[in-house]
Design a binder for this molecule. Structure first.
Ligand SMILES: [Zn+2]
Length: 155
């Protein structure tokens, strides 16, 4: 049974590898995964309320929407850190610089988590759009919403 809110071409697009590539490449460039529009960042740590180009509400109406992005950020940074530490440990054995690894690891984890933060949020949004395509009703609701058209901070 098909979802009545989506058009038949949306169902076909859902299965396309080209569509998935397009969505994730837009996200990797910090653009709206849905339309490719820019200005979706509201500073380094937040997204605008909605895309100024297509009107998509970027948290998709869920207050805890980006919890998954935080998890992706944490896991990605920790995996990279673990790989770096293993390589350094193997390369310098048996005289492993444990103090350098400890302090360097702490600094790396903090800096990398902050540096990767916007990408993890937009990639998370892109991944969600791949699995749960944007509906016409969702875009219409975003256009009707009068909050935050431009990426400026609102109280
Ligand atoms: Zn958009």
């Amino acid at each position: 049974m098909s979802n009545p809110r989506r058009l038949p071409q949306d169902e076909a697009a859902e299965l396309s590898t080209a569509r998935a590539w397009r969505i994730m490449s837009r996200a990797a460039r910090l653009r709206c995964p849905n339309c490719g529009g820019d200005r979706i960042l509201d500073g380094w740590f937040a997204l605008a309320h909605r895309c100024p180009t297509c009107g998509l509400v970027l948290d998709r109406g869920e207050s805890d929407y980006f919890l998954g992005a935080y998890l992706v950020n944490l896991v990605a940074v920790e995996l990279i850190l673990a790989a770096i530490m293993v390589v350094i440990g193997i390369a310098t054995a048996p005289d492993v610089p444990w103090t350098l690894l400890m302090w360097g690891g702490i600094v790396f984890a903090l800096v990398a988590a902050i540096a990767c933060y916007p990408w993890t949020k937009v990639l998370w949004l892109g991944f969600d759009i791949m699995l749960r395509p944007v509906t016409h009703e969702e875009l219409a609701l975003g256009r009707e919403d009068t909050r935050a058209v431009s990426p400026t901070r609102h109280a």
